[in-house]
Each structure stands twice: as C-alpha cells, then as structure tokens.
Design a protein around this ligand. Structure first.
Ligand code: 6CS
Length: 316
C-alpha cells in the first residue's frame, strides 16, 4: 500500500524533515509493505486545499497549520494567539505532546472528517519588515501578511496593523511588489523562502511558536488494519523528540545562513518591549473565545494552566 503525505512546506523544511523520518520509520517497520510518498508544497495546492484533499481521501496524510485550519476548526486558533505558550520551549514540548491537549482537539478534528495525529512546534515566529518593529506603534497601518484564518488577523489588528491574509506561495512576490510590508514565520522558513532577501529587518519578539498539526483522513485512519495503525501511531510517537531537536537545529543554522548572505538587521526585543505587545495582545483572547465558544474557552484555560504548571515543575 501507499500512504501519500502532503506538506505545506517545500523540500528541506521542518515538515519535510518530519515526513522523511516518518517515511523511514514506517517503511522499515512494515518491511517495505507500506510506501510513503511525500508531496512537498507546490505540488498539490495551498494549505487549505491540502486539508480538503485529506477530507476527500485524495491523500492520506498532511500537515495542517492552525493559522489556516482555524478557518474550519476555530478552537485551534488558540495556537495563533500571542503569549499563550511558554518562553521555555521545553515546557511547550511537554504540553503540546500531552494526551490532555490532544484530547482537547480530537473530536473537533473528527467532526471535520479528520484525525489529529500530532501537534508539532516548528520554532519561534519572527517578524520581518521593511522597517523596524519594536513597539505596537510601529505596526500602525503596517501591511502584515498573515496566514489565512480570521482569528490570526485579530492579533495584528490589536497592534494597529493592517493584516493581509494570503497563501504562503504568494508571500515572496507580495513583499517584492510591496503589496505587503512584512510577514511572520519561523527562521528556517524566512531563509528557505528567501523572504529575508526582500526585507530589511527581522524582529524576535518570542511572542508565539509556529505550531502545525499532522492530520489523516478519519475514515481512512479508522479503517486501517490494526498492525498498520500501530506502525503509524508508533512512528508518530517516536517523532516527537526527533522533530523538536531538528527544528531547533534548522532554525539556528538558517539564522547563520541569513546573516552570511545578507545585511538584514536583527532586533531582539527587551522584556519591557515584549511587555507592551503582551498587554496589547490580551483582548484578542476575548475575540477568540467569542469565535470558538465555550469549547474554545476550555482549550485556552487548559493550555494556559498547563503551561504555568509545567513552568513551576521545571523551575524546581
Ligand atoms: O506562513 C505560512 O503560511 C506557512 N508557514 C510555514 C512555516 N509553514 C506552513 C504555513 O502554511
């Protein structure tokens, strides 16, 4: 049998590293009886289209990032809110890979014909711009490209920006043609999509992690023979540590590459500067709860309290 795995990112990306390791594990565990075919971004469509292909059963597996997926599952919009996760990424890994967090979303994915397999952090989100972004005031009328779900645009409206949602594939030309002033993505993506070539500043605010999720078609997943489902679940579990380390390595190395290949200015916000953004971001939580309802409130409350708990544990 063949499992088709569609990516929202190009070859060489974090998602590609994930899919390649997944392929290796599955093909080995099945003695080659299962073949995994990887479709990097560009071959099948935009992120939202990939989710539709999984729903239709045209591909078995895909990445679906909340920044796009929240358009159909509002609850996952929690991962696009700012300052919800910990500054300590070890805490985030524990929280995101826990059964408790998985269970918060499992039935929401099911209701869309999807199976949530894994929640994958891909690194800190970094702002790039044609100007320096140090305070919310710097965002005044700034045309910030965001992923396509409406809740995400609220985060940048709260800073005074003029958010412009568009698919990933259009960002480079959008920046080049000055239809947008800036965009936000993890460092590895800023490098491999060449966004740094057409931007003057990078701002590290550590305001959010880029989070993606791995999905399968629910009917397909439910119909898998037990031995195949076990192979899939085992590979998924084994990849938690792998991808966590890989993304750190990718983001570090690509930052070095950006520095070598450009004279883009890199700004790291101070604690005081971050505080101004944290404050400005808080009302967006109410908008999220309005859109995602009681279930959304439960998701947000559970995740924020888990983050606090784990942070306290790790400090000991
Ligand atoms: O900005 C985006 O739309 C995309 N960014 C990354 C790093 N992965 C997938 C997502 O669609």
């Amino acid at each position: 049998v063949t499992w088709r795995f569609a990516l929202e990112e190009i070859e060489g990306s974090v998602q590609d590293a994930y899919a390649k390791e997944f392929k290796k594990e599955v093909e080995k565990a099945s003695d080659g009886n299962i073949k995994v075919e990887i479709y990097p971004y560009g071959s099948l469509g935009t992120s939202s289209q990939l989710t539709e292909l999984v729903q239709q059963g045209a591909v078995e597996l895909a990445f679906a990032s909340p920044g796009h997926l929240a358009s159909v599952i509002p609850e996952v919009g929690v991962f696009t809110l700012h300052f919800v996760l910990s500054d300590d990424n070890d805490v985030n890994k524990e929280v995101l890979s826990s059964d408790k967090v998985h269970d918060l979303f499992a039935d929401r994915y099911n209701s869309q014909g999807l199976e949530l397999l894994s929640i994958v952090p891909e690194g800190w989100m970094v702002w790039t711009g044609n100007k320096a972004l140090r305070t919310p005031a710097d965002f005044e009328d700034f045309k910030m490209r965001t992923m396509t779900s409406p809740i995400l645009t609220e985060s940048y409206k709260a800073y005074g920006a003029n958010p412009t949602p568009m698919p990933y594939s259009e960002v480079y030309s959008g920046l080049q043609l000055k239809q947008i002033d800036g965009q936000v993505n993890p460092i590895f993506a800023i490098e491999e999509m060449s966004f740094y070539e057409v931007q003057n500043y990078m701002t590290m605010a550590h305001h959010a992690q880029f989070i993606s999720t791995v999905i399968a078609g629910k009917d397909w997943y439910d119909g898998l023979p037990d031995d195949q489902r076990k192979i899939l679940d085992d590979a998924r579990d084994n990849l938690v540590d792998y991808i966590y380390k890989k993304q750190e390595e990718f983001n570090q190395k690509r930052l070095d590459k950006i520095k070598e290949n450009s004279d883009i200015k890199i700004i790291t916000l101070t604690d005081e500067q971050r505080e101004a953004f944290r404050k400005a971001s808080m009302p967006v939580r109410d908008i999220y709860i309005k859109e995602a309802g009681d279930r959304g409130k439960k998701v947000l409350d559970t995740i924020t309290s888990m983050v606090k708990e784990k942070e306290a544990e790790m400090e000991q």
